[in-house]
Design a binder for this molecule. Structure first.
Ligand code: ADP
Length: 372
């Protein structure tokens, strides 16, 4: 049995799971929240000591950390050394909210579990296969290079897990498949995967670009930000606007897809409008990636919305029979867990729902790094 302690450390929370890699079983797991708030645990170090006590004798073989930004430095899961830790810190310039929080978790884990190896699994690593034409923003190349302005992409751990699971489900080698995977959770992105390699993805230098999300708006004319800045909004105002007050929430007043859908069903025009924008953006990327890949074997939906919302899948793929894409209404609406087909027998392109499991993927990659 190889057990991996998977840590997802945010600025005020630590989500953790203890996973047995061979059986893929989740042995334990919980979340410590409100770290640093009155009445709660003081800091990440104290939270980790509490988790250690909860684990008792079950010391893990390795610790796998979700790290949001690996920049152009990391294209795979990496054993954490002092140098690697310093590099993750330096990449905070690209992910000021996430990487410092990930580092807090890392340092706390090292102190609480001395002698257990720590591995960083980066959200960006899977997309390091992007070619320059896909990752380059067309701005002054010297400015871009000086500040690391390029597309990195995120949700890579999920794409890695889901593309492998989809290939297994289809009983085809991953190397032979062209896939478009929609990861639709609170954060959302889409990825074009050719032969197991990411060739395009909708999130960019930061997780703000691309699809409409719960509270983030995705694609936006950069010129609008210049105008808003001139109109008096500060950088902090813009950060709040773009990260917390946009997307479904900004358009409808609801950030959770279930609430938006039920408000729309009840006749709320703003909610219906938000759904229309959400679906329009999904179709925009679907079209782009169909062309980019030169055809596709399977379209895959994953994460909270992707796995659970037949209406979202139907709206995304509506009227595409001419492209060989057709849902089966019954299969699409069926309530069933696990990976499954939701396209019709006639559909040339297979449409799948594949539940993601980022924690298991982190555990597997961590075990692979530590196992050599
Ligand atoms: P996170 O990105 O935080 O991991 P999830 O992948 O859990 O989030 O996705 C959360 C989103 O999934 C929420 O918007 C939630 O409303 C949506 N969701 C969950 N179940 C359903 C459902 N049955 N129908 C529509 N949306 C759903």
């Amino acid at each position: 049995m190889t057990t991996v302690f998977v840590v997802n450390s945010g600025s005020s929370s630590i989500k953790w799971e203890l996973i047995d890699v061979e059986s893929a079983a989740r042995l334990r797991g919980s979340i410590v929240e409100r770290i640093g708030e009155p009445g709660a645990v003081a800091d990440h170090a104290a939270a980790m000591v509490g988790i250690l006590a909860e684990l008792g004798d079950e010391l893990p073989d390795a610790i796998g950390h979700r790290v949001v930004h690996g920049g152009s430095l990391f294209d795979e899961a990496t054993l954490i050394t002092e140098t690697v830790e310093r590099q993750i810190g330096a990449l905070s310039a690209l992910a000021p909210l996430h990487n410092p929080a990930n580092l807090l978790g890392l340092r706390a884990a090292r102190a609480a579990f001395p002698g257990v190896p720590n591995v960083a699994v980066f959200d960006t690593a899977f997309h390091q296969t992007l070619a320059p034409d896909a990752y380059t923003y067309a701005i002054d190349s010297q400015v871009a290079a000086a500040h690391g302005v390029r597309r990195y992409g995120f949700h890579g751990t999920s794409y890695q897990y889901v593309s492998r699971a989809a290939a297994e489900f289809l009983q085809k080698p991953r190397e032979s498949l062209k896939l478009i995977v929609f990861h639709l959770g609170n954060g959302a992105s889409v990825c074009a995967i050719d032969g197991g390699r990411s060739v395009d993805t909708s999130m960019g230098m930061t997780p703000l670009e691309g699809l409409v999300m719960g509270t983030r708006g995705g694609d936006l004319d950069a010129g609008a930000l210049i105008q808003l800045g001139r109109a008096g909004l500060s950088f902090d105002d813009l950060d709040r606007l773009l990260n917390r007050r946009s997307g479904l929430l900004g358009l409808s007043g609801h950030g959770d897809m279930r609430d938006v859908q039920s408000a729309a069903r009840a006749g709320d025009d703003a909610a219906q409008g938000a759904l229309d924008v959400y679906h329009h953006r999904l179709r925009h990327y679907l079209g782009a990636y169909l062309v980019g890949l030169g055809g596709v074997d399977a379209i895959v939906f994953t994460a909270g919305v992707g796995e659970n919302s037949p209406a979202t899948r139907a709206a995304t793929l509506r009227g595409l029979e001419g492209f060989g894409i057709e849902l089966d209404e019954g299969l699409n609406r069926a309530r069933q867990g696990g990976a499954r087909v939701v396209s019709s027998a006639r559909s040339a392109v297979t449409v799948l729902v594949v539940p993601t499991n980022e924690e298991l993927e982190i555990a597997r990659q961590t075990a692979a790094v530590v196992g050599g």
